[in-house]
Design a protein around this ligand. Structure first.
Ligand SMILES: C[S@@+](CC[C@H](N)C(=O)[O-])C[C@H]1O[C@@H](n2cnc3c(N)ncnc32)[C@H](O)[C@@H]1O
Length: 270
């Protein structure tokens, strides 16, 4: 079933309004295919019917919006993704410990199914030998579905590629065999992380900060410069002086920030 331009524009406006995600022009076929999955799941006949349901005020509409977002955007993530950020984080943590810092706050914005915040927690623990204090990690995402997966903290063998045998033993408890083996994160890691729903396109945010490090990777690609700029201004506000913002390697924020670049994907507050 094809999607006419007017219906496509209505979906575009809705998704931009609610999540800041920009669907590029001319993506009617792509959106039609992906939204088609939701129509079939809900046994609806037309895109218009779905759109009406989605724009209604019901609780079901809100729940469905998460499913809609999930088919439009992607939750792809992995442990130790873009691993040089975690090498750098290791050095930053060691410096904090050496300097006697006893309170560390890290925010993982757009944490998807949890691999990224659990990687942050492992990186902290591996580099904070002798740390006396508390390290808390806030992990947020717009999708309540993906957040509940993250909270569960269970990963099949195929998702564990980036995690070394030593780290698996130290931070996970596994059950089952072969490809069916499930790794569950240990309380030592999960206890450091608070998961919460947060829409990055709607600053200001309720957190006080200040954060030592903010990770915001592979989500700004979906935003236009207006949404990006407002979001980055909020990161600047919430960072400590000397605090770091890590973005994905494919996402340049040059020209949108007063933060200083120490590497193309790493920014520091003055
Ligand atoms: C591709 S994943 C990136 C995950 C992780 N940061 C990484 O780099 O591996 C993008 C995530 O952004 C989330 N997302 C999309 N729009 C968002 C918004 N407006 N506010 C917060 N999260 C959003 C999606 O639900 C998804 O989990």
């Amino acid at each position: 079933m094809g999607m006419d331009k007017k219906t496509f524009d209505s979906f575009r406006e809705l998704i931009y309004d609610k999540s800041g995600i920009t669907l590029s022009e001319g993506k009617e076929a792509l959106v039609a295919g992906r939204v088609g999955k939701r129509l079939r799941a809900l046994q609806m006949e037309t895109y218009k019917e779905y759109l009406q349901f989605l724009t209604g005020n019901s609780r079901e509409a809100e729940t469905e919006f998460v499913q809609f977002l999930d088919v439009i955007s992607t939750n792809v993530t992995s442990f130790f993704r873009e691993s040089d950020h975690f090498d750098l984080m290791g050095h930053i943590v060691q410096e904090m410990v050496e300097a006697g810092q006893n309170k560390v706050r890290i925010w993982c914005a757009a944490s998807s199914s949890g691999e990224e915040p659990y990687t942050i927690a492992m990186t902290f623990l591996e580099n904070a030998k002798g740390f006396r204090g508390d390290c808390r990690i806030l992990a947020t995402d717009i999708s309540t579905d993906i957040l509940s997966k993250a909270v569960k903290g269970e990963y099949v063998e195929a998702k564990m590629n980036g995690v070394s045998p030593q780290l698996r033993t130290r931070y996970f408890t596994s059950t089952g065999m072969g490809q069916a083996r499930i790794y569950k994160v240990n309380p030592e890691l999960s206890g450091m992380i608070k998961f919460a729903r947060l829409n990055l396109s709607k600053p200001p945010f309720p957190m006080k900060g200040p954060f030592d490090i903010i990770f915001c990777r592979n989500v700004m690609i979906y935003f236009d410069n207006v949404v990006r700029k407002n979001l980055i201004a909020e990161f600047e506000r919430l960072l400590k002086p000397g605090g770091y913002l890590m973005v994905a390697h494919s996402e340049s924020i040059a020209g949108l920030t007063t933060l200083r670049s120490v590497k193309p994907s790493v920014w520091v507050k003055h």
